[in-house]
Design a protein around this ligand. Sequence first.
Ligand SMILES: [Zn+2]
Ligand SMILES: [Zn+2]
Ligand SMILES: [Zn+2]
Length: 427
Amino acid sequence: MSERVPCQNSGCSATILPTTALKTGGTCMPCHQKKLALEKEAYILQNRKDVDRYKSIIDPVEILKIMHTPRKYNPLERDLPYHKSAQELYHQLTKGDRERLETYAISLIDQGDFDQAETILLSLVCFTDAQIERGLNALYHKGKYYPGILYKKAWPAIRDELINLVERDPANRNHLLLALAWIGDEVVVRLFAEWKENPPVWASNLYVPPENYAHEAGWELDQDSQKRLLFHHESFTFEVYGEKITGSESVKAAVVGLQPDDQCCPWCHGKLMVLIDFNLQDPLVRFLKLFGQRLRIAACMHCNCYGTVFTNVELDGSYSWSKFNTIPEFLPETEPDEELTCSTMRLSDRPMGTYEGAYWTLEAPTSQIGGHPAWIQDAEYPTCPCCLETMVFIGQMDMEQAADNEGIFYTFLCRACLIAAVNYQQT
Ligand SMILES: [Zn+2]
Ligand SMILES: [Zn+2]
Ligand SMILES: [Zn+2]
């Protein structure tokens, strides 16, 4: 056995075999590897170039194509971001631009690049009011029925094809039902009502009755088998106002988000947070048709992550914990160790499209009032514990935008009972 020698790195007490020393120049393997990593890092820092892929390009369609093209990671290149987000660029597209982008998405579909095509078509559908008839046709002919929101404005011929397929394509039935729910026109509403009345044989293979797929597209059948919307078409977006605002400082906005309150959560004893504070007198929130002074919807930022929390609300801004709350089964027994720091949010007066937040993977900030919710998991509209009606979505807080955290808090209201609900989803 050969004698071990000490590692040459001062401060390291390891001993090594002479063969290792020969390989590394006298240091132990961990020290050697650390040195190599540092050298590599220094090399990268010294030689890394900024790459502006958008340089001298002014056509928004070309800019978006570049943005959507996936790139191989190269440590020696640092991509300079474009000064506008994809969402902002989509807003400024003309009808002609949108058609060019759709044509590009179709060429991607033909090449089998569905991921990129999907992002483009989803962006067109959510951020603009584009019809994407040609894009849908291309997707449909490749047997791609997902995400259902793409089919939102599908014309009757495609709808009828989907209805036919539901009966005879069990492998795609789930996606087909979602697409139909998103179409949600009179024919689909009637079809869902028929299925509710007389469940088809294949319904027993689904996790939920077929008519329940409507929730994913924000509606349900009411008692008279009519379409009842579970969200508001009008929508406004929140913007970050600033770090924690205390009670004495007032934020001037129709709606303020994320203000700590003095009421405590009976489960964890932490302070409740007013997630959304509506000034009902402001014209911006008139679409909610709540005639009063103020509506405050509070949540426990800790316990709410484990289940739905209900509060009784009054239209003067007061609220109280509901007797209908049941402690979530999985609620940890320990108290939350740290308080979440989040920014106060303020509603901007810029109206946003109903579906701008509807597909959260498009990575647009989704704190909003009204509009379609940005479900991260399956749609989860709470049932009012008092009258048993499905509660209507009225706004959400995107924790990535507000607190550099993850997940979204969703708020709902039953107007008849004046009960609010908050639930939470994350990836
Ligand atoms: Zn060493
Ligand atoms: Zn709590
Ligand atoms: Zn109710």
